[in-house]
Design a protein around this ligand. Structure first.
Ligand SMILES: Cc1ncc(COP(=O)(O)O)c(C=O)c1O
Length: 387
């Protein structure tokens, strides 16, 4: 049985895989089973912030691996405390809960908001407002938070207590606040899986103001937008708001599974021993790698993200066959005249890996992708869109 047959026989068919096997990589270059080279503009869906087989990250992970690979959260370990301190100092948040994925980081955020509201206003204040077209994960609760019916259909009943506002429409949020006993409003600053659509700054600020007036918590899902992706450490920083809870995952781990839920002042002590937990959360190896990643997301890197973003917009906006370019930083969606799926396959044939979000071509390259590789890849996308 070859690999494709074995995969098809033994792995649940939840992914529509491309017909290539990725065997190895270095930085933003990856190689398939025939040794063909590709420039990778997907980075494992915003995970490999410093590309593949990154030496500094490997050294950090390796050093920790030789000390301690895992210990129960019943004991103190250093890497998770170091990582939490770095996150709090760089965001102004107060405390962090560690888990293993974006969905779990969001579960923790939702539980924290519900507990805060229950303690302060009463148990019936459990509703969470999220936005239509959002994506927050695949567990039954984060699916309920996801404002896209197509993801819900086969899995009802979902966790109750979620209602959906129209993005960029503050009146729609106000109406839901009036009609429900609301604990929190949760949103992505750029809707990633929903097609790479940034929220308008006025809307984000309007939600933050409304939440402050109504004593409702603001949860920002930074699973995809976080960790330098938009040119700021976290995307909410582009709008000058102070969220109560920030969830992140993907890029912070540099390729190892980790989720982090940052808790602001109001909710810092909402959790007490026994109210939440995770066996692997705060795993020393994942945290040691993440400390290395976070340390390297500095002003210089963030500036280069903005410059690369400007370059992509400049090259693709108004190019033949490109209808619209959307996004922020190195999180970019391209609406193409041709079917996005066809563009993606043709790019792959020509040695460039790109992703899809709804019917848009989506780019999420490593933040340190060398400029010459980025230029080559963007030229290929231009050519393919034009044909
Ligand atoms: C905004 C957002 N939230 C949550 C998730 C879920 O993350 P995970 O797949 O790590 O559970 C994703 C994944 O794409 C995401 O983009």
């Amino acid at each position: 049985m070859n690999l494709k047959e074995k995969d098809s026989k033994y792995i649940a068919h939840t992914y529509a895989r491309f017909p290539i096997e990725i065997v190895s990589g270095k930085g933003s270059l990856v190689y398939d089973e025939n040794g063909k080279e590709y420039i990778d503009l997907g980075a494992g869906i915003a995970v490999n912030i410093f590309g593949l087989v990154d030496d500094e990250w490997i050294n950090a992970v390796n050093a920790q691996m030789h000390k301690l690979q895992h210990m129960s959260n019943l004991y103190y370990t250093e890497p998770c405390a170091d990582l939490a301190e770095m996150l709090c100092k760089r965001t102004g948040m107060s405390k962090v809960f560690f888990s293993n994925s974006g969905a779990e980081a969001n579960e923790c955020a939702i539980k924290a908001a519900r507990k805060y509201a229950a303690d302060k206003k009463g148990k019936h204040f459990y509703t969470i407002i999220t936005l239509k077209n959002s994506f927050h994960g695949r567990t039954l609760t984060t699916l309920a938070a996801t404002g896209q019916e197509e993801y819900h259909n086969d899995f009802t009943p979902l966790t109750p207590g979620f209602v959906y506002a129209d993005p960029d429409d503050i009146e729609s949020v106000k109406t839901l606040v009036k009609e429900n006993k609301v604990a929190a409003i949760m949103m992505e600053i750029v809707q990633g899986e929903g097609g790479v659509i940034p929220l308008k700054s006025d809307f984000v600020k309007g939600v933050a103001k409304l939440a402050e007036e109504e004593d409702i918590l603001v949860i920002i899902d930074e699973v995809q937008t976080g960790n330098g992706r938009t040119g700021e450490l976290y995307a909410y920083m582009n709008h000058g708001i102070t969220p109560d809870i920030v969830s992140t995952a993907k890029g912070i781990g540099g390729g190892l599974p980790i989720g982090a839920t940052m808790l602001g002042e109001k909710v810092a002590d909402v959790y007490q021993p026994g109210t939440h937990g995770s066996t692997f959360g705060g795993n020393p190896i994942c945290c040691a790698g993440a400390v290395n990643i976070l340390r390297r997301i500095d002003d210089k890197l963030l500036q280069s993200v903005k410059e690369k973003s400007e370059y992509i917009f400049k090259e693709l906006e108004g190019a033949p066959g490109v209808v619209k370019v959307n996004g922020m930083g190195l999180m970019i969606g391209i609406e193409t005249a041709k079917d996005a799926g066809d563009v993606i396959y043709e790019c792959m044939n020509r040695g460039v890996l790109v992703l899809k979000a709804h019917n848009n071509v989506r780019l999420l390259p490593a933040l340190n992708i060398p400029f010459d590789q980025l230029k080559k890849a963007v030229a290929v996308i231009r050519e393919v869109c034009a044909q």
